[in-house]
Design a protein around this ligand. Structure first.
Ligand code: SF4
Length: 167
């Protein structure tokens, strides 16, 4: 039987949520026997194409490229799980949402005309259907382990109630 294809996708983020995965060393070794990790940016620059059985999404949607890519990922993923506060609410980069985008660009970059970013940083659920979400900055490792175990057991992942099925 084919192993489930799992991907961890990075968007606008600090990589901290991916690091939470990477430090689950024992679980990842077990996982490696039971699933095919086709894409994990923090661990390898290889980009495995879809379809994916499970896609974890880290970060927020802050650029046009982010927006296009997350829609493509949704189209080829059975289950999408948003991980972390950035994924659920836009993250620290959403501070700009209440201010003029141009002012932030000028304050942060010497040549803001070369920066390609959207005026707002938004959650994935603002753009696509998200099946599950794990809150936290970064998410709790125990919750990540539980979600991985549930997925491998073929049952509905147990996530905090308030974060289930955002649409
Ligand atoms: Fe980093 Fe926190 Fe965002 Fe995860 S939720 S990418 S740890 S800032």
């Amino acid at each position: 039987m084919a192993k489930p294809r799992v991907a961890v996708h990075k968007f606008t983020s600090c990589d901290g949520c991916q690091l939470q995965f990477l430090t689950l060393e024992a679980e990842l070794l077990t996982l490696a026997d039971r699933v095919e990790i086709v894409h994990f940016w923090e661990a390898s620059s290889d980009i495995g194409p879809g379809p994916y059985d499970v896609s974890f999404l880290e970060g927020s949607v802050s650029t046009e490229e982010n927006l296009e890519r997350v829609r493509e990922i949704r189209a080829v993923s059975q289950v999408v799980i948003a991980i972390g506060a950035c994924a659920a609410a836009g993250g620290i980069q959403a501070l700009r949402n209440r201010h003029r985008h141009e002012d932030f660009l000028k304050a942060a970059y010497p040549q803001p005309e070369h920066i390609d970013s959207l005026p707002h940083s938004t959650a994935f659920s603002d753009h696509i259907r998200v099946d599950y979400a794990l809150p936290g900055c970064p998410p709790d490792q125990g919750e990540l382990k539980r979600v991985l175990a549930d997925l491998l057991a073929g049952v509905r992942p147990r996530v905090p109630d308030e974060s289930v099925c955002m649409e």
